[in-house]
Structures are given as C-alpha cells and as structure tokens.
Design a protein around this ligand. Structure first.
Ligand code: ADP
Ligand code: MG
Length: 404
C-alpha cells in the first residue's frame, strides 16, 4: 500500500487545506520550542512553490472551557510561521465564519492563510459547554472545513491515532487527500517496521511502566526477533522472575502479566543483567550491581555497563531497530549513561545501513536533547500515535489518506 503524498497532487491554482501539528510548547504566550513549526515547512513550501493556495491549521493544547481559548491562542504560532517561511501569513482568528470564508476565497496562488486553534471548536461559547466538535469528529464541522478548500493534505502525525474533524472529517468531504512529507516519513519508517521489517528486527523498550506498553510488547512479541528491555519496566519483569529488586520502581499488580508476556515471548525478551542503583531517587553517584545482588534499599535507576554490552551484542547486525522508552532516569546526569549508550548503538547501526527508529515521547526528547536527532533514521513526532502505530493498529489519520 502506497499512500498519496503531497508531491503527487496537482496543487496549482488549488486551495490546499493543510492540517499540520503546530502543538508547540508555550509559556505565557511565548513559544519555547518551534521545532514542530520548522518541521512543517517543507510541506507548506511545496504547496506554495507549486502555485497552490495554502490554508494551514492545527490544534494547540486542549480546549475544555472558555478560558482555554485565550490560553491556547495560536496567534504567536502564525507569527512565527511567517518569520520562518519568510512570506506573509494571513491569520484569521476564527475557526469559521464570513471573514474566514472570504479570506479562503480571495487567497492567491502561493499565498498562505492560517486560521485559529481547531480545538476552539471543542467548546461552544454560546452554549458555554464542552462539545468536542473537533475532537469527536462532528460531521458538520469536517464538511464545513472541507468547503473552504479543494484538496486536503494531512501532515499531523501526533493526532493521527484519533479521528477528528480536522483529519478524517475533512478527508471524507474532499476529492483528494494526501500525506504531507512528515506523515510520509512516519509511514515509511514506522509503517515499514510494522509491515515489512528488514531482519533481524530488534526492539528496545524502556520507560516507566509495563502497563503503558502492553499492546506494543504483545505486538513486538509477534513481529520482532528480539525485545531488549530497560527502564523502570525492567524491574517488574525481573521481580516476576523472582529476583530481589530492592526499592526499585515496580508495578506489583502487573507481575502476573509480566510472567505471561515472558512465557509468550519464548526467549525473545532480553532482560538486563546489571543496573546502576542508588539509595534514593536523587542525582548522586550510583553503583553498578548485578541484578542478582540487590540490597533491600537499592533503587535501580539505569541499566548497567554489562547490560549495555549485552544489548550491543544482541543488536549486532540488526537491520531494523525500534526504540521506545528511556533506559533509565536520563533526566539525572548520573543515570543517563544507559540511554546515551543506546543512542550510540543506534547511531552506529544507522551508519551500517540499519533503519533506526525512535518511537516518540520521552525517548524522542532524550535523543534530541542528547544530540542524536540526525544520527538515527527517524525520530517520530508522535508519542501516543507512534505507540499505537507500532502496535499495528490502523490510525484514522493515515487511513483517511488516499492510496496512490
Ligand atoms: P516514552 O515517553 O519514551 O514512552 P515513558 O513515558 O514510558 O517513555 O517513560 C519515561 C520516564 O521513565 C522518564 O521520565 C524516566 O525518568 C523514567 N524512568 C526510566 N527508567 C527509570 C527507572 N529505572 N526508575 C524510575 N523511572 C525511570
Ligand atoms: Mg512519556
């Protein structure tokens, strides 16, 4: 299955509705990180450079009450877009109405129009009530937004796991729907790993809880050749095997589940052999200990050096690597080595031709923060969406894109 990409469309003279992910972090109305805006530029630029009329829109935060509309005002994002794309961006501070309709109608070739936070439609000001028209894919809203343009480009992966008016709602009411370049990359790498991974296919899982990732673990047991486990979730597995994990974080109510997963995995799950422990959850120097030698007050905060060696040997020759979840409390400098080590292993495998994919959330943030963004094949832009995609679920925001 090959999806239609924005570059497959004839956009010349057409009003192109572009759903982007401009859900940037903000503090007191100031953008603290504009990565997402920069990331959307290639798709918007393609459209305007090919004679299209770009109508750009995104959600920003959640809108549950009237105050959220002001709190999540997307005006600063439109301004930043204008600076970055070095072209005027006409901003209409509404999600519907005569001004927006006129602006869309009068838009010239190569021009850009942006409208307000799509989630403003989640709250009805007149009714003073949360209505979720955008987030619950209200049929009238999708049809209305579709009426503003001619064709639709979805480039928002972070919300692709939910059917909203601004993705599937519009797609249902236009003649053509294509993926933007960001969504294309997610489909290529995550979709590729799910549908036809080059083998050996090794997954690395970490992060805080087993319970957050049951679906992914089950899917990977089916699909991957090996699953290397680190992070806090390792301790739930180790305890399920009867080991003393001291004061490490553990989900006591998931021990049976962990046992079941280990049994199902039939040797595919590789657990750490050592961990770096501390006596408290604080950023002071820890000690590397075998997972068979924990004291009662030892708290495991990272995978240990022997485990990194073990993971390196399990990863040798891998052709597809998917990683989700940090190996330790990487936010503390004394417990970042495991996560840095995995970044290094991925960087090396990338130079050897493997497809290396980081599956969103904190692990993506960690890799970026640690300077590995350009050293792996793909860092996903969606947290929840990349997990659901890895689980093999159909994402509505991708399903609504036309086949080529
Ligand atoms: P992701 O967002 O990549 O899916 P998670 O949200 O599941 O990852 O987990 C990330 C969090 O897990 C990080 O904040 C990290 O500090 C924490 N973590 C990792 N290892 C440990 C550990 N051994 N003990 C406690 N917390 C941990
Ligand atoms: Mg997270």
């Amino acid at each position: 299955m090959a999806k239609k990409i924005v570059s497959d469309l004839n956009v010349s003279g057409k009003k192109v509705l572009i759903r982007v992910d401009f859900n940037v972090p903000m503090k007191n109305g100031v953008i603290t990180d504009d990565t997402r805006i920069r990331a959307a530029l290639p798709t918007i630029e393609y459209v305007i450079n090919h004679g299209g009329k770009a109508i750009v829109f995104s959600h920003l935060g959640r809108v549950k009450e009237a105050a959220d509309i002001t709190k999540n005002d997307i005006t600063p994002v439109a301004k930043r877009l204008e600076e970055l794309i070095k072209k005027p961006v006409k901003f209409v501070n509404a999600t519907r109405g005569a001004e927006l309709e006129e602006a869309a109608k009068n838009l010239g070739e190569g021009e850009i129009l942006m409208f307000a936070n799509t989630r403003n439609e989640d709250f009805d000001v007149a009714l003073n009530k949360e209505v979720k028209r955008e987030s619950k894919n209200d049929a009238e809203l999708g049809k209305y937004w579709a009426s503003l343009g001619d064709v639709f480009v979805n480039d928002a992966f972070g919300t692709a796991h939910r059917a909203a008016a601004s993705n599937v709602g519009i797609a249902a009411n236009v003649s053509e729907t294509a993926a933007g370049f960001l969504l294309e990359k997610e489909i290529k790498f995550i979709g590729g790993a799910v549908d036809e991974p080059k083998r050996p296919y090794v997954a690395i899982l970490g992060g805080s809880k087993v319970s957050d990732k049951i679906g992914v673990i089950e899917a990977l047991i089916e699909k991957a050749d090996k699953i290397l486990v680190g992070g806090a979730m390792m301790f739930t597995f180790l305890k399920a095997l009867g080991k003393n994990i001291g004061a490490s974080r553990c989900e006591e109510d998931k021990l049976d589940l962990a046992k079941d997963l280990l049994a199902k995995a039939n040797g595919k799950i590789v657990l750490p052999v050592d961990a770096v422990v501390n006596k408290a959850f604080e950023d002071t120097l820890g000690t590397a200990k075998s997972v068979d030698a924990f004291d009662q007050d030892d708290m495991g905060l990272d995978i240990g050096p022997k485990t990194l060696e073990l993971f390196a040997s399990e990863l040798a020759g891998a052709k597809t690597v998917v990683w989700n979840g940090p190996m330790g409390v990487f936010e503390m400098k004394n417990y970042a080595a495991g996560t840095v080590g995995v970044c290094e292993l991925l960087a090396k495998l990338t130079t050897e031709g493997a497809a290396t994919i980081i599956g969103g959330g904190d692990s993506a943030a960690a890799a970026e923060q640690l300077g590995y963004a350009s050293k792996v094949s793909h860092i996903s832009t969606g947290g929840g969406a990349s997990l659901e995609y890895l689980e093999g679920k159909t994402l509505p925001g991708i399903a609504c894109v036309d086949e080529k």
